[in-house]
Design a protein around this ligand. Structure first.
Ligand SMILES: NC(=O)c1ccc[n+]([C@@H]2O[C@H](COP(=O)([O-])OP(=O)(O)OC[C@H]3O[C@@H](n4cnc5c(N)ncnc54)[C@H](OP(=O)(O)O)[C@@H]3O)[C@@H](O)[C@H]2O)c1
Length: 123
């Protein structure tokens, strides 16, 4: 049976764990979005290279800060959200959850909040 394709947004996708999430999502044929902080003079060459690799694989990069309005605007484009943000950004994930609740196009099915990552799946 063919699996259903979706639109998946990954927060923390450039990270140690997130990059595997992003690559898996792309390889499974999902339209994949990576929400990442803007590139500036402090950005490491390895992160820039990884972002370029994601784009070459077909992902869409969305640069933004972990601010509610920017997050909510982005979440409107997708049906599934995965967060693999760094441990110190655990509380920032509350903004993601608030945006998901407000936007309303994503139904909460599983939450591994504060444990490993946060995943929300459409019905
Ligand atoms: N690494 C492990 O071995 C391991 C093991 C078990 C559990 N975990 C858990 O898995 C989750 C992800 O861990 P990880 O090691 O993959 O994370 P990470 O590589 O340290 O960071 C993931 C992403 O978080 C974003 N980020 C980092 N600092 C930020 C900041 N100050 N503001 C906003 N965004 C920031 C970055 O994305 P952008 O730069 O693209 O914005 C980064 O690529 C954490 O909750 C961790 O506790 C990790």
């Amino acid at each position: 049976m063919a699996s259903e394709k979706s639109k998946i947004l990954v927060f923390g996708g450039t990270g140690y764990i997130g990059k595997y999430m992003v690559k898996a999502s792309i390889s499974l044929g999902h339209q994949t979005f990576v929400y990442s902080r803007p590139i500036n003079h402090k950005t490491s060459p390895s992160k820039i290279q990884l972002c370029q690799e994601f784009v070459s694989m077909g992902a869409t990069l969305i640069h933004g800060e972990l601010k509610y309005d920017q997050i909510a605007t982005t979440i409107k484009k997708v049906y599934i959200v995965i967060s693999t943000l760094a441990y110190l950004q655990v509380l920032d994930q509350l903004k993601i959850i608030d945006a998901i609740k407000t936007v309303g196009n994503i139904k909460v099915r599983n939450t591994f909040f504060k444990i490993f990552y946060v995943a929300y799946f459409v019905s």
